[in-house]
Design a binder for this molecule. Structure first.
Ligand code: ADP
Length: 680
């Protein structure tokens, strides 16, 4: 017995080794086909998710750069325009301090300063000081003359009182003011010729003297004269007043004094119905411009020395614009010839305008906001792009930053998740594919393994009966058996072994024609009970000689079932032979046919070793042989049950198995009953 077992174990070890090699090769292939691409993909995913993160910010940053460039370019254009206008104005020989509004809407006032640091135009600094004790108007006689002048109907008395004061007053200013009072009273008294000559006298002798309100007497006299002439000689009056207005507007006004403005306004009022309307409105506009400039000049003149550096550094001339920020203005200075121009620009309005340009440049992108940031302002967090506004607005910059960083972070996360999801899906699909291919390849490997087993098993199965028959035949030939009983045993063994041999050959041949799809069965409506009985009886002899008890249970009446009797006999042969192989020595085998309402049930039962539950679904597979050592002790090819199932299915039936380890096994073959009413 051991002699037979040893080669079997060697063979199994060899085949296990082959199987192991196959599995190793499979693992290597899987690693190459699944592991490597999955790893590669995961790496790709990581780098692509990092790329997505950068991409979000890169897009926004690019937008921010463009927006900052646009806002900066437009701001530069604004200043370039101003500088160009100034140069053009100066090149044409006109003063840059005239008509500031024409140079820039942000220009408040422009000063021309000479090389000594003195303001030359359009205004001059006042050096008058207020001296109350020098004011003659406080004297009682002056007060009396003034009272008379203001009392209706007393103009002549007033004229006389002023005349008396002319005689008694000392000092140029008191003289001049008395003359002025006299001329007024003459005009009030209707003495026009005398009044005109008195006014002419003032214009000649006291033009530069200022009255208590700081008006120049020359200007006041010319205004009064024009007013008087308008009545008697309107043409001459209009000409006189027009000339006065022109002179007043272009004169150097004194910073801190508004006399020119008041007189020019009054003259324009008088000219309302006389002068050409176009001239009137143009003159009003120019007057307004100068008045506004004077207002700013008064506010800003204090900074002028700081900006021009006083007289100290004035001699350096470069014809370049220089910018400087002060508390109230943006100052721009330019040397032109021997003169220094200082332009005061409206700093707040300029910052507002640059902010507007920033907002316009980011208007197309909801993710971006542009701010104009000064030296004292806190720079926005996450500044994406920054353009300095120097040299025009030193210390200021346009800063473009994300309007809602949270939204950008969210988008970044979303993109990352999306790319990760795609990659995870791809990895999962690859893994699934891998698992599937492993299973398919594993299955194929198993079958290949079973085929090698099969080849070994078949040769083994063939050798065994052939050897038996030969040995027994030779013994008979040599007349070695004399005992009748021995002889009988030898004949029986020869018959049994040749039966085994033919069963094996039948199975192999049948299997190969089944595999080729060439196997055909000849189904005939015959008595199934009879077929079963014949098959069992054919096996009985061989079983009983092996010490088996073969029990057959047939019902009295079996309905007609279409079947191929040879094929069903082969089924029974296989099942009974298995029951004997895997049964116990001297065991019991029960074959039973039962008629149920829907089917005819043929069962083959034994009380043998049984089949483990996990193997039950596999035993009908081709070449399958149980790995259980108890089962392996028996020789076999793994084809018997495959053929059984094929035959039964070809009969339209099904086969199933119930088994418990160590208890026994029952195969059930179900032939469905077809109702043939015609036959009934
Ligand atoms: P074999 O040639 O191995 O008998 P089969 O196709 O007939 O091939 O059977 C397949 C496997 O099913 C056997 O190897 C055995 O493990 C199991 N088997 C079949 N019939 C029985 C039975 N009656 N009792 C226990 N095991 C059985």
């Amino acid at each position: 017995m051991l002699r037979w077992l040893a080669p079997g174990y060697e063979q199994r070890a060899l085949s296990d080794l082959v199987q192991l090699r196959g599995q190793l090769r499979l693992a290597a292939i899987v690693l190459l086909l699944v592991g490597a691409p999955a790893l590669l993909l995961a790496g790709l995913a990581l780098s692509s998710s990092r790329g997505q993160e950068l991409a979000v910010w890169e897009e926004v940053r690019r937008g921010a750069e463009l927006a900052a460039d646009a806002a900066h370019g437009q701001s530069k254009a604004m200043f370039d325009e101003f500088e160009g206008a100034v140069r053009q104005r100066l090149a044409s020989g006109r003063s840059a301090s005239d008509a500031p509004a024409e140079l820039s809407p942000y220009l408040l006032v422009a000063f021309r300063v000479d090389s000594e640091g003195r303001v030359k135009s359009p205004f001059e600094r006042s050096n008058a000081t207020f001296r109350p004790e020098a004011d003659p108007a406080l004297h009682p006689r002056w007060r009396e003359a003034t009272r008379l002048e203001q009392t209706p109907g007393q103009a002549e008395q007033a004229a006389a009182a002023w005349k008396a004061l002319i005689g008694t007053s000392r000092g140029v200013r008191a003289q001049a003011l008395a003359h002025w009072g006299h001329a007024r009273s003459l005009a009030g008294a209707g003495q026009e010729a005398a009044a005109l000559s008195a006014l002419d006298n003032i214009s000649r002798s006291f033009a530069q003297v200022r009255d208590v309100h700081s008006f120049r007497l020359g200007d006041l006299a010319r205004l009064k004269r024009g007013q008087l002439l308008l009545r008697s000689d309107p043409e001459q009056g209009t000409a006189a007043l027009t000339a006065l207005v022109e002179e007043l507007i272009s004169a150097r006004w004194t910073i801190g004094q508004g006399g020119e403005h008041a007189l020019a306004s009054r003259a324009l009022e008088l000219l309302e119905d006389h002068a050409a309307p176009d001239w009137l409105s143009a003159a009003r506009g120019r007057l307004e411009d100068r008045t506004r400039a004077l207002f700013h000049a008064e506010l800003l003149v204090g900074e002028l020395d700081v900006v021009t550096g006083g007289g100290a550094s004035l001699r350096v001339s470069s014809q370049e614009f220089a910018y400087r920020l002060t508390q109230s203005a943006l100052w721009c200075t330019l040397w032109w010839g021997d003169d220094l121009y200082a332009f005061a620009l409206d700093r707040a309005a300029l910052v507002r305008r640059v902010s507007e340009l920033g907002q316009l440049s980011t208007a197309g992108d909801e993710n971006l906001t542009a701010d104009v940031v000064g030296p004292e302002d806190a720079a926005p967090e996450l500044a994406l792009s920054r353009r300095t506004l120097a040299p025009w607005l030193p210390g200021w910059a346009i800063v473009v930053h994300p309007s809602a960083p949270d939204r950008l972070y969210r988008e970044q996360r979303l993109r990352q998740t999306q790319s990760m999801a795609v990659v995870v899906l791809a990895v999962v699909l690859i893994a699934l594919g891998g698992v599937l291919s492993v299973r398919v390849v594993g299955r194929e490997l198993d079958i290949a393994h079973m085929k090698t087993d099969f080849a070994a098993n078949v040769s083994h199965e063939l050798r065994s009966p052939i050897t038996q028959i030969r040995v027994k035949g030779e013994a008979l030939m040599l007349g070695l058996y004399e005992d009748e009983a021995d002889l009988q045993q030898t004949y029986e063994a020869i018959v049994r072994e040749s039966e085994r041999l033919s069963r094996l050959v039948d199975n192999v041949l049948d299997f190969s024609s089944i595999e080729r799809g060439a196997k055909r069965y000849n189904l005939r409506p015959l008595d199934l009970g009879e077929t079963v009985r014949a098959a069992v009886e054919a096996a009985r002899y061989s079983m009983e000689t092996r010490g088996m008890v073969l029990e057959l249970g047939l019902p009295e009446q079996v309905p007609v079932v279409a079947h191929d009797p040879e094929a069903i006999a082969q089924v029974l042969q296989n099942l009974i032979s298995n029951a004997a192989k895997y049964g116990r020595a001297g065991g019991w085998i029960g074959v039973k046919l039962a008629v149920l309402p829907e089917e005819v049930l043929l069962t083959v039962a034994d009380r043998g070793i049984g089949i483990a539950e996990d193997q039950l679904p596999l035993i009908f597979d081709r070449f399958y042989r149980s790995p259980d050592p108890l089962a392996r002790r028996q020789k076999g090819t793994g084809l018997g049950l495959t053929i059984v199932r094929y035959i039964i299915e070809a009969h339209g039936g099904t086969v199933d198995v119930r088994s418990s380890l160590g208890q026994g096994t029952t195969f059930g073959i179900h032939f469905p009953l077809q109702r043939h009413p015609a036959r009934a």
